[in-house]
Design a protein around this ligand. Structure first.
Ligand code: NAP
Length: 253
């Protein structure tokens, strides 16, 4: 099985760090041109673009806050102006914002989490799908989480709920778009060693997570990237509305 994306263009939201950055690099290694979207970390996006260029690939960094419809429209327009097409959309951008229990979760925090993880996915799909429909081809991969299925770690209930919403949106859009050449699937990582846990999880909590993982380690960002590439490839042509769990055995269903 030789997965190649020569001539294809991938738009990755949140490509400036962690899983998005690793996926951008893996797509480029496999021949795709990559739009590396970022919001607040231009240095991260620039480093990813530089690495892709050093591999002989094509990449473009575009700043856009994907919670904002006008910025998402501009992101898609600039991507099309530069590369002429978008074949694959990886709705990866997201974050926990802050760990908070129910009593301490402000309405503002709740809305922020919904916007960054869930509304962003809807907005990016809505902006890219007309172009994909016109060309009769598209692959969309959404970012869920093991939290969608187990309710999340302590203080991450709001986050877990947004990821469950992403999972359901994946099924709904997959059904709606089936037959138009566009396939929608999702990935649901467990505990992956990225800036996310550096920011939001104490060493103690990370140890607790690890003790619940049969493989007894955190995942690496590339281990998510490989599955995203598979879902975007022709080898996954009969997979639709599916969420693939990648969690070292943390959750088996
Ligand atoms: P990360 O290293 O913190 O990366 C988060 C990415 O999202 C960054 O590139 C960030 O860009 C981007 N982002 C955040 N808000 C944005 C916005 N409003 N507009 C555009 N981009 C935005 O964390 P990660 O672990 O790679 O997380 C990537 C995705 O995987 C997230 O959706 C996360 O929920 C999900 N996930 C992670 C884990 C895990 O254990 N790490 C597990 C399950 C699911 P800037 O820094 O440029 O703002």
């Amino acid at each position: 099985m030789d997965i190649r994306f020569n001539g294809k263009v991938v738009l990755i939201t949140g490509g400036s760090s962690g899983i998005g950055a690793a996926t951008a690099i893996e797509f480029a290694r496999s021949g795709a041109s990559v739009v590396v979207n970022y919001n607040a970390t231009p240095s991260g996006a620039a480093a990813v673009v530089a690495e892709i260029q050093s591999l002989g690939g094509n990449a473009l960094a575009i700043q856009a806050d994907v919670t904002d419809a006008a910025q998402v429209d501009r992101l898609v327009r600039q991507s099309l102006d530069h590369f002429g097409r978008i074949d694959i959309l990886f709705n990866n951008a997201g974050t926990l914002v802050e760990r908070k229990l129910l009593a301490d979760t402000s309405e503002e925090l709740f809305r922020k989490i919904v916007d960054v993880n869930f509304t962003s996915t809807f907005l990016c799909c809505q902006a890219v799908v007309p172009h994909m429909k016109m060309r009769g081809y598209g692959r969309i991969i959404n970012m869920a989480s093991v939290a969608a299925r187990n309710g999340g770690g302590r203080g991450a209930g709001h986050y877990a709920a947004t990821k469950a919403a992403v999972l359901t949106l994946t099924k709904a859009f997959a059904k709606e778009l089936a037959g138009s050449g566009i396939q929608v699937n999702a990935v649901a990582p467990g505990v992956i060693a990225t800036r996310y846990h550096e920011r939001f999880s104490t060493t103690e909590l990370r140890e607790q997570f690890k003790s619940a993982i049969p493989l007894a380690r955190e995942g690496k960002p590339e281990e998510i990237a490989y599955v995203v590439l598979f879902l975007a490839s022709e080898f996954a042509d009969y997979i639709l509305g599916e969420t693939i769990e990648i969690n070292g055995g943390m959750l088996m269903e």
